[in-house]
Design a protein around this ligand. Structure first.
Ligand SMILES: [Zn+2]
Length: 419
């Protein structure tokens, strides 16, 4: 179904969305840092990210928005009056070789809502806020979601400013140089918006494969990251295979067994081995040691606990089979987040009235919404990702799905304003 009727419906309420301008602005800003055979690279506070943010600031200036920066270098733009805000947010940074849609869709959709409200004769009770979060992806400074975490008070300023990138540059130094450093008074925890909505691509295949227009996440799944270490015996590549204590064989067995377990439980669980290291890592040396990380996700904390136990058991069994010593460490656990039921219901009702087919689901990826849910009523809106591909140059969302997400966002903002 196309979206003309939904657009007319908004027009009759006094809100005129400019679809062409939205798509033009989206295409322009999302192509910054794009390399045809590689994808988008706008790591936080690098030239490409700064360029994209400057373009956003120009657009905000054109619509007369008031722009503030907080202590984390988040861009906070406001239009309208009213003591409390309805906030829309996302991010302009990307992973290396990422897609054009992750993050940028939410920012440009929010920008178009602010623009449409300014141009309309509507007088909303709330002011509207757009937040462009800094270092969402965590590709330059770990952990991810650093900007929202500092702004809502999850991390201290000292912790965030002292994060190091791979070149030894701290977040604090890069922020100072970027020109986006603002003050703690502007942190979102100081004057929280009344609502926060984050529109985003799904980054999974469910909506696309099942033919839905919109996804409504009930929340964000919980996450635990373990580190497994296999210790063997360093040896020459000439050594007899049967005499070796080879930690690479240990990690390989672990990867395959965990994949099998995750496949059996894939409706409620994801397991990822995303980091592997081998020491000393020379072609003619049987290594002394190998390390992997195991990322375990589920909306059910019991499932995470069971998968943790299974991972440790698997590692110990492999240690016995391969004569390796095994160590494990929990790096971190983030409990699941449940979004505001009132706001998610409003999103669902809005979909129904606009004629958009929607599905309640979980977000398997982390988003700034999880930090925002600590200080305000929060929800997200998902649009389909073709084949679910994301963090890749092949990430793609059809134009009509972007536009449906934008229209829904406008409808939701108007309804929240009436509460
Ligand atoms: Zn994102």
């Amino acid at each position: 179904m196309l979206y003309e009727r939904a657009l007319e419906r908004l027009k009759s309420k006094g809100l005129n969305l400019d679809i062409n301008s939205f798509l033009r602005t989206f295409n322009r800003i999302s192509s910054i840092g794009w390399v045809e055979s590689y994808g988008s690279t706008r790591l936080a506070l690098t030239n490409e990210h700064i360029m994209a943010r400057r373009e956003l600031l120009k657009e905000l200036e054109n619509i007369g928005a008031k722009v503030l920066f907080d202590e984390a270098g988040n861009i906070i733009a406001e239009v309208g009056s009213g003591s409390r805000a309805i906030a829309i947010g996302s991010h302009l940074d990307s992973v290396p070789g990422g897609g054009r849609f992750d993050g940028v869709f939410g920012i440009i959709a929010g920008l178009e809502i602010l623009r449409a409200i300014v141009k309309s004769s509507l007088r909303l009770k709330h002011k509207l806020m757009l937040v462009d979060f800094n270092n969402e992806e965590g590709s330059r400074w770990n952990p991810p979601l650093l900007g929202s975490a500092l702004s809502v008070g999850v991390y201290t300023r000292d912790f965030v400013y002292s994060r190091l990138d791979s070149n030894g540059v701290t977040f604090g130094e890069a922020l100072e140089r970027s020109g986006f450093k603002g003050s703690a008074e502007n942190n979102l925890s100081m004057n929280p918006p009344r609502f926060y909505i984050e529109p985003h691509i799904e980054q999974g295949p469910e909506l696309y494969r099942e033919g839905y227009d919109i996804g409504i996440p009930q929340g964000i799944v919980g996450l635990r990251v373990l580190e497994l270490t296999f210790k063997g015996r360093q040896d020459h590549a000439s050594s007899h295979i049967s005499l070796r204590r080879d930690p690479v064989v240990g990690l390989s067995k672990a990867v395959l067994r965990l994949r099998e377990y995750a496949l059996k439980n894939q409706d409620k669980l994801r397991i990822t081995v995303g980091y592997i290291s081998v020491d000393p890592g020379k072609f003619n040396v049987v290594p002394a040691l190998s390390k992997i990380t195991v990322d375990i996700r589920s909306y059910d904390s019991q499932v995470i606990d069971e998968a943790t136990k299974y991972t440790i058991k698997v590692a110990e069994n492999i240690g016995g089979e391969e004569n390796l010593s095994v160590d494990y460490k929990e790096l971190w656990t983030i409990p699941r987040i449940v979004f505001d039921p009132e706001v998610t219901s409003i999103i669902e009702e809005s979909c129904r009235d606009l004629g958009f087919k929607c599905k309640r689901m979980w977000s398997w990826a982390g988003h700034d919404a999880q930090n925002m849910s600590r200080i305000t009523k929060t929800a997200m809106i998902f649009v389909p990702s073709v084949e679910g591909i994301s963090h890749s140059k092949d990430e793609y969302t059809r134009e009509e799905d972007l536009v449906k997400g934008l229209i829904l966002l406008a409808e939701v903002v108007l309804r929240l304003d009436e509460i």
